[in-house]
Design a protein around this ligand. Structure first.
Ligand code: G6P
Length: 613
């Protein structure tokens, strides 16, 4: 969602904020704005990207050692200059930037209008800053206290930063439901605030993550934290683990392609130290700590959103295949509002790249209330989901900046594979021999992904053939059905071509009606699994003149004869094929989107991390 960055210290704030906004732009990019204090409070904002903001600032006064910036993903109010953040209080003394939604802003706004307030935007954010000032002036209290009281009145989610015109050595920030990290600069009195660590990492490694319901005050070079209930907190300082190179493009034209090509490493990092195929051993702390629970667990519920939900679907197959435990997979957004039946001996596994997705967070809260144990499988260290979960495991994919998730997905699938095998071992559902075999195949996956990436040039040519197609169908069976869904999602989100993923055999119950000579159909058809069945599905398509692009195992001859085009991937254990079959689909969507002139890393209307409902 929206990106927030703020700075106070001895340096000029503007360059730090603009660079930070560019790093955060993957969170949202409808509009951008900045506030700086130097004698007076200056606000600059515009519809469009951070680069548009920079253009409007040419020749303007951008001096100041304190400031904040925002990149917006619109919720309340269309993207335009007025609705861009920062927003000002009625007197103009306070400015705020906000990520989240103030749900009761309508009633507060009505009340404030009756009290003489006027509003310039349609946003919930402007209402919040008016409310803070209204409380401060009416009750004649400090701004700090007014912020605290106002936050007790609002319902919803927020990460906010406030600047005060007549107190130019102060930043106030607060969080509930939307992430916010405070960086402690290397210089005396230097602090950074941001939605995630990417704008901070180049300046400091010492950070503290605000918890829900906490307010941070940076005043006269010192940081203090209290809760909205007015309880003082000692900041817990931790070291950032990401590196600058990880959040830069490193010579690639887009983050997405860089991240696709990073997968041999991100998968390797996600399995490294966790498996030993020679000994047939798995080391995953959460699994060891919860061994008794896992031995007796009756059911797993896997939850996530978007690509993470697709990883959950692969996880369903893996846990059922290896551990023989019944699994349910749920969209977090559906689960949270469904009054689901959850038993104390259920294990909920929440999967999320960002660890901040609002629906997934709410689903975890619900599962915990109902007594379930919750494991998190997340990529961002220190994010909310790992902190809320009882246990879990990180995927070590490194920062994923491209909005379309690629390396996070394969890292999730790798970690879920290890979890499923570990649980299978605990429950005696897998023989040591088979375990060792699957583990050794898993150890080989990074190398095989490297191999699969060699299809890139061939796929670029296919992309040129199909770039103008209006629809695509993706078909897969078994563990590759979720891969079909993921392939279709990748294509639609970055190239805006309509695409659907289907279990191959379901095609004849509807989508077959769409097939004609203009329809490309991507079929995932590795030789393991239901190869013969998939071949029949291909025949059904060919009979209707559809164009088949088949993902096949290297050396396949039968499908080659039937398909119009084939993309070869290396052979592996059936359960591990998604880690390879996904790769060409990511590349296909990437190249089609590039050829169509789409903004691959920042597709329209999407955001990397959805921290609102
Ligand atoms: C957004 C992103 C997707 C992502 C989904 C879930 O829609 O654009 O790429 O899969 O959120 O995010 P999470 O961080 O929970 O995996």
């Amino acid at each position: 969602m929206c990106g927030i960055v703020a700075y106070i210290g001895p340096k000029q704030a503007y360059p730090i904020i603009v660079k930070g906004l560019k790093r955060l732009e993957y969170r949202g990019y409808d509009s951008a704005g900045i506030a700086l204090i130097n004698d007076t409070l200056k606000i600059y904002k515009t519809k469009g990207k951070v680069s548009d903001l920079e253009l409007t600032l040419e020749g303007k006064d951008i001096q100041g050692n304190i400031g904040m910036g925002h990149t917006r993903w619109a919720t309340h109010g269309e993207p335009n200059d007025e609705n861009a953040h920062p927003h000002l209080s009625q007197s103009g003394n306070l400015a705020v930037i906000h990520n989240g939604i103030i749900e009761n802003y309508g009633t507060i706004k009505e009340e404030l209008i009756k009290r003489g307030h006027t509003f310039e935007s349609d946003t919930d954010t402007e209402v919040l800053i008016h409310l803070i000032e209204d409380i401060q002036l009416n009750e004649n209290i400090s701004i700090d206290e007014a912020v605290r009281l106002a936050l007790n009145q609002v319902i919803g989610a927020y990460a906010i930063v406030i600047l005060v015109k007549n107190e130019p050595a102060k930043l106030i920030a607060a969080r509930k439901g939307s992430p916010l990290v405070v960086g402690l600069g290397r210089e005396e009195g230097e602090f950074f605030l941001a939605s995630d660590a990417t704008p901070i990492v180049e300046y400091t490694r010492d950070v503290t993550y605000l918890n829900d319901g906490e307010i941070a005050f940076v005043k006269d070079g010192k940081l203090s934290i209290k809760t909205i209930e007015n309880i003082a907190k000692t900041p817990f300082i931790q070291k950032l683990e990401i590196n600058l190179e990880e959040i830069e493009k490193g010579g690639y034209p887009h983050f997405m392609i860089k991240e696709i090509f990073e997968q041999p490493k991100s998968i390797y990092d996600s399995i490294r130290g966790r498996i030993d195929s020679v000994q047939g051993k798995i080391a995953m702390r959460s699994i060891q700590e919860y061994e008794d629970k896992l031995r007796n667990v009756k059911r797993l519920i896997l939850i996530g959103c978007g690509t993470s939900w697709h990883a959950a679907l692969v996880g369903e197959y893996l846990f059922e295949e290896f551990a023989r435990i019944p699994v349910e997979v749920e969209y977090a957004s559906e689960f949270r509002y469904r009054n689901p039946i959850i038993y104390p001996d259920d294990l909920v596994i929440a999967i999320s790249q960002s660890g901040e997705t609002a629906d997934t967070l709410a689903a975890i809260e619900l599962a915990k209330e109902k007594g379930a144990t919750v494991f998190g499988v997340c990529n961002v260290v220190g994010s909310s989901i790992p902190r809320m979960s009882h246990a879990g495991a990180y995927t070590h994919a490194g920062p994923e900046i491209g909005v379309a998730s690629t390396k996070a997905f394969t890292a999730q699938v790798s970690v879920l594979t290890i979890m499923a095998l570990a649980v299978a071992q605990i429950r005696g559902a897998i023989s040591q021999e088979r375990l060792r075999l699957v583990l050794s195949e898993l150890e080989a996956i990074p190398q095989l992904v490297e191999e699969a990436l060699k299809t890139n040039d061939h796929i670029m040519k296919l992309a040129a053939i199909f770039k103008d197609s209006r629809n695509f169908l993706y078909l897969g069976r078994g563990v590759n059905f979720p891969v079909a869904l993921e392939g279709a999602l990748k294509l639609k989100e970055i190239s805006y071509i309509h695409a659907e993923g289907y279990p191959a055999a379901e095609m004849k119950h509807g989508p077959i009606a769409l097939i004609d000579e203009d329809m490309p159909i991507v079929v995932i058809a590795p030789k393991r699994g239901m190869y013969e069945k998939v071949m029949s599905n291909i025949q059904e398509v060919k009979a209707r003149k559809g164009k088949i692009i088949a993902i096949v195992t290297q050396g396949d001859t039968k499908i080659k004869e039937m398909a119009d085009y084939v993309i070869e991937i290396p052979d592996t254990e059936e359960a591990l094929t998604p880690l390879l079959s996904t790769i060409p689909l990511q590349l296909l969507s990437y190249h089609i989107a590039v050829l169509r002139g789409c903004n691959v890393d920042q597709p329209r209307n999407l955001a990397k991390s959805v921290t609102v409902e």
